[in-house]
Design a protein around this ligand. Structure first.
Ligand SMILES: [Zn+2]
Length: 411
């Protein structure tokens, strides 16, 4: 069956009748994302809502104000997925989400044009294509697609769009001898008796079940976004057509404006500025590391020279790095001290890193209480605890705990 949407891709409203209405639990597939569904699948006498096929996603719309969330083709029928049922025999007013459909038509007709130019003028045949929520790509049967080819193809396609080359649909029977000339790409596996051929001027003829624009000017423009390695021996060429070009440009413009505000300079200076910032940051980090290791040595010497000799070390420096704390531990090893060292995570101030180390009797007495207080994750290994703390908010309680413990045992 040829659906109404395939006869006239520009119909936005239509009246039909319910032929069948059955419960279904088939999931909804939206640009490759699958979500659970429980409702009804409705068959109509005819439809202007395109069921997914030929790489083109399904339409969405309304049947008497009831939302159609998915349309799938099963054999000769188009199944409309709705939450609530409709009575068999009832007349329905159909409406389509036209913005979504026009977008799909622009990407799909754009793909036909792109594939035709790549194959006929650059010997790069298309093996499959993908229409995503933001970007599309075609898969080319080659690993050798040069930047120069991409530029030339984009210019050629946009020139044909400016010429408003007509796009026509031809119907023929599946045993028609003319069929040999047309490509079979995008043809559904369960081939229908009537075959549709999409003709772009005298540039391309392709069998396809999808909905297409009436002439290339309706594509507005095509923008190729570059290539990526695909499956073995293939290359994916990314592209957007029509309103997606404007949408993408707007998003890039918004990001650029944000960067102008952050970097306080014009876009042409951004790369230079970011490189300079990265270099400065690296240098600052190196200086900080040097200072921290000097500070660690100073702390070690101070503790070693304290009289009378302390029983324990409690050190919590917000800006300390795990390296700093490890250096202190190493420097005081063999001094017989109980050590507790902590630092805060720069990006998550409530969390941090802790080290507990020292004579076994003290670790046994304090270890569990400390890790419980600070929600520590990790375990004692060879008399040493080193791990994450989930709640640095209890650090003062922890300090008090250690103070009281050592006051008690010395009195
Ligand atoms: Zn197609």
């Amino acid at each position: 069956m040829v659906f109404k949407c395939q006869e006239d891709s520009f119909l936005t409203e239509y009246t039909s009748r319910v032929v069948k209405c059955e419960p279904t639990k088939e999931p909804i597939v939206e640009y490759g994302k699958i979500s659970k569904f429980e409702g009804y699948q409705i068959t109509l006498e005819n439809t202007i809502l395109f069921p997914a096929g030929g790489g083109q996603p399904h339409d969405i719309g309304w049947l008497n104000e009831k939302e159609v969330l998915q349309v799938l083709r099963k054999g000769d029928e188009a199944l409309h997925f709705t939450i609530d049922p409709l009575e068999v025999g009832a007349t329905v007013q159909m409406k389509i989400n036209w913005e979504r459909r026009l977008d799909h038509m622009q990407q799909h007709s754009g793909q036909h044009l792109l594939s035709a130019i790549l194959e006929k003028e650059h010997n790069l045949p298309t093996t499959s294509w993908w229409l995503g929520a933001d970007e599309c790509h075609i898969e080319l049967a080659s690993t050798d697609v040069s930047e120069a080819t991409v530029v030339a193809v984009e210019q050629r396609c946009n020139a044909l769009i400016r010429e408003a080359v007509p796009v026509k649909v031809k119907f023929c029977k599946s045993d028609d001898p003319e069929l040999d000339e047309a490509h079979t790409r995008g043809l559904p596996k369960d081939v229908m008796a009537t075959i549709r051929i999409i003709c772009i001027g005298d540039i391309d003829e392709n069998m396809c079940c999808g909905t297409h624009v009436a002439n290339l000017s309706q594509l507005q423009m095509i923008k190729l976004l570059g290539t990526e390695p695909g499956k073995k021996g293939k290359t994916n060429l990314k592209f957007v057509v029509g309103n997606r070009v404007t949408r993408l440009f707007q998003r890039m413009l918004d990001r650029e404006r944000t960067l102008v505000g952050v970097l306080k300079n014009e876009p042409s200076k951004h790369e230079e500025l970011v490189l300079k910032l990265q270099k400065n940051l690296k240098l600052s980090n190196k200086n900080l590391q040097n200072l921290l290791s000097e500070l660690a040595q100073f702390e070690i010497d101070t503790i070693k020279n304290t009289e009378p000799k302390p029983k324990y070390v409690f050190m919590f420096k917000k800006e300390a790095t795990p390296d700093f704390n490890r250096a202190i531990c190493k420097g005081l090893e063999g001094e017989g001290l109980f050590m507790f060292l902590a630092s805060e995570d720069a990006d998550k101030p409530k969390e941090g890193q802790i080290i507990i180390q020292g004579p076994e009797e003290h670790c046994n007495a304090l270890g569990q209480q400390i890790t419980e207080l600070l929600k520590g994750k990790g375990a004692f290994k060879n008399g040493k605890f080193q791990g994450k703390a989930g709640d640095m908010g209890s650090i003062n309680k922890c300090k008090k705990l250690i103070e009281d413990y050592f006051n008690n045992i010395s009195s």
